[in-house]
Design a protein around this ligand. Structure first.
Ligand code: MN
Length: 223
């Protein structure tokens, strides 16, 4: 899938999805996880991305798929070893996104010390809202991120409560991974995560960003 960065004439492929775990203390608490002392990063494949209006498809091999609403930073200018001071200059746009998670598969992986790639990486597990140019979003550490399921608010939090602010995430990730235009950083979910069912309508918002709306569909039976 391709995305058009603000001000660019041509669409570019979505790059890597760097996702941050446990970036809000109350979510770490609800998962009975420790608060990390450095950003906890995992990757999702770009093939998991869908856009507003598309459907999240529930995989048959999970019985417990959860929503995690997150602010997403879309990288416009790449780099390695990016300083905290310049980090936000590398963001072309922000969007609201969902880090869909097969919680049952993730729990088994945690028990066994296995990676989270399957639990987090199914097709359709990375809904991405419309991109809003970064300079139209205001103070990224003072946004309200929220999710309604069938019209009822399930998650709502301020980005003031991030353990590692967006600039720190970009600084930290760029020490490990060279960032490139089209990379997405899913900045972590606040508390209130929970299961979704076929037929649910998920509506996510972040202050200043255009909203994201997806429906949940049952998966086809595996052969
Ligand atoms: Mn997440």
């Amino acid at each position: 899938m391709k995305i058009s960065l603000p001000g660019a004439n041509t669409a570019i492929p979505i790059g890597k999805l760097l996702c941050i775990g446990r970036n809000y203390a109350r979510h770490a608490e609800e998962m009975q996880s420790d608060v990390p002392d450095e950003p906890m990063v995992f990757l999702k494949p770009a093939s998991a991305v869908i856009r507003s209006g598309d459907a999240v498809v529930l995989p048959n091999r999970s019985r417990d798929v959860h929503h995690e609403v997150e602010l997403v930073a879309v990288i416009g200018t790449g780099g390695t070893g990016i300083s905290r001071e310049e980090a936000l200059d590398h963001v072309a746009a922000y969007a609201v996104g969902l880090d869909m998670t097969a919680r049952d598969i993730q729990s088994r992986a945690k028990e066994r010390g296995h990676p989270w790639s399957v639990a987090k990486g199914f097709d359709t597990f990375a809904p991405l809202g419309p991109l809003t140019p970064a300079d139209q979003v205001g103070d990224v550490q003072d946004l309200t991120v929220s999710l309604r399921v069938n019209g009822k608010t399930r998650q709502e939090a301020t980005t003031q409560d991030m353990i590692f602010p967006v600039a720190e995430l970009i600084h930290s990730c760029s020490q490990i991974f060279t960032l490139a235009p089209g990379d997405l950083i899913y900045t972590g979910t606040p508390d209130g995560v929970g299961p979704v069912s076929a037929g649910d309508v998920l509506e996510a918002t972040a202050t200043g960003c255009a909203p994201l709306r997806v429906e949940v569909e049952a998966g086809r039976q595996e052969e």
